[in-house]
Design a protein around this ligand. Structure first.
Ligand code: GAL
Length: 432
């Protein structure tokens, strides 16, 4: 099963079909590598939307400026949230054919899926050489460490619980959103918009995780940060009254979505928002990256507010890169990771990505109004981990939640949904 990926284009292009999928962008594609190169580094991710690809390219350009002789293999697989990429990655890791480095999320995802089975190598020496123990916040370091050793270079911090809106569209319809919103106020706005013939909420959940973000945001907004954290240590149950209230609120939100939501990707729904064919979108600030790509102006072309009820909470979605144990190109990979941790690289990357730096010493003045707001809410808010993007709970529960959501958006059986989540949480050992 294991395939020895060589350093040349030819060996890659001769690989079987499943392996080729992992090389769509670079190996046989549009030339993100120098064909005469002797050395390579393969970077595996799911960053293929306009902003994601542009952001990733800032890292690759920085690498190429320093190491022009090394070919960067951009092994990205389309599918927001890594829905398509992660199964391919798993097959490669189990088959002994790892990419040099891969994208993953801090917390349970990196620690349980990649560190515990021995797929990732520790990065303590790199952290020490670069002084990273001093510039990454402890809260984050704790999410990437096992037995004291860090296993991930963290690139960004996304805020997941943001409600975006098309500002000119709302203005045209006589609606203004202030600095905070309740769910009741959101429903009133949505009803008003609907009466005026405007689709209130945008969604692109061809990948179920995207509606999962709206669910997660609603959960935090209704039950609050402390009770939300309790879901992951067992002190809050999915069948508790406030969680049921959150489920009911989420069900109401589903009534206001664009009809074609299940056919669209998350970024296609951003296009709809930009075009004004729907008005508001509860989604992580990778949306902001798409606004940057479209040259939109903060607070003019679009506005934002915390997802209703979640002011004071920062729902964290962060991305980082590993070093594969047995990486085919360890030297080149370490240099790639070193570059990912540099301050200027993190600034350049995050300006495109719509996120803030994981480092604490980035230059705020380079970032616009939204990202400065995100930095303030990060600094002052209660930090809570995402379950949808793998940080809060074991993979088995994450998968069960996605399955339960798939059924819920169709059947709307609130009791069954709550009971299923409670049962799955227990089966995943949450609270043991
Ligand atoms: C998340 C990732 C973000 C963003 C999003 C949509 O998993 O952490 O960086 O890209 O998926 O693809």
């Amino acid at each position: 099963m294991a395939i020895a990926f060589g350093n040349s284009m030819n060996s890659t292009c001769a690989a079987p079909l499943w392996a080729l999928i992992a090389f769509v962008v670079a190996s046989c594609g549009a030339g993100s590598q120098n064909q005469s190169s002797e050395s390579t580094v393969e970077v595996f991710s799911w960053w293929t939307s306009g902003s994601e690809a542009a952001a990733l390219e800032t890292v690759f350009s920085a690498y190429r400026r320093t190491f022009p002789e090394t070919a960067v293999i951009n092994a990205s697989i389309a599918g927001g949230g890594g829905s398509a990429a992660r199964p391919v990655l798993q097959t490669r890791l189990v088959g002994g054919n790892p990419p040099d480095t891969w994208q993953t999320h801090p917390g349970t995802e990196v620690l349980e899926q990649y560190v515990a089975p021995g797929f990732a190598a520790p990065l303590t020496d790199l952290y020490e050489e670069e002084g990273w123990f001093e510039v990454f916040p402890d809260a984050l370091l704790n999410m990437v460490r096992a037995q004291g050793e860090p296993y991930l270079v963290i690139l960004n911090l996304h805020r997941s619980n943001t409600l975006w809106y098309n500002k000119p569209l709302l203005q045209q319809h006589g609606i203004e959103i202030g600095t905070a919103l309740t769910h009741e106020a959101l429903f009133a706005i949505a009803d008003d918009l609907q009466r005026q013939g405007v689709t209130p909420l945008c969604m692109g959940d061809s990948g179920i995780w995207a509606t999962g973000i709206m669910f997660e945001n609603t959960l935090v907004g209704v039950i609050g940060a402390e009770r939300y954290l309790g879901l992951w240590d067992g002190s809050t149950q999915f069948t508790d009254a406030d969680v049921r209230q959150a489920i009911a609120t989420y069900a109401r939100l589903l009534d206001y979505l664009n009809k074609d939501h299940a056919a669209l990707s998350w970024d296609q729904a951003v296009d709809k928002l930009i075009q004004g064919s729907c008005a508001m979108y509860s989604m992580g600030d990778w949306v902001y990256g798409e606004f940057v790509q479209a040259n939109l102006e903060d607070d003019v072309d679009f506005g934002w507010v915390a997802h209703p009820g979640s002011e004071g909470t920062y729902l964290l979605v962060s991305d980082g890169f590993t070093l594969a144990r047995g990486a085919p190109n360890p030297k080149e990979t370490r240099e790639m990771l070193r570059i990912m941790g540099q301050r200027v690289v993190q600034e350049d990357f995050n300006l495109q990505k719509g996120a803030i730096c994981a480092r604490t010493d980035c230059d705020r003045t380079r970032f616009g109004p939204y990202l400065n707001w995100a930095m303030d809410t990060y600094a002052s808010g209660v930090l809570v981990p995402t379950v949808i993007h793998g940080s809060a709970a074991p993979a088995a529960f994450q998968q069960a939640l996605n399955d339960a959501l798939t059924s819920f958006v169709v059947r709307r059986d609130e009791n069954a949904f709550a009971r299923t989540l409670a049962r799955e949480a227990a089966m995943a050992g949450i609270g043991d």
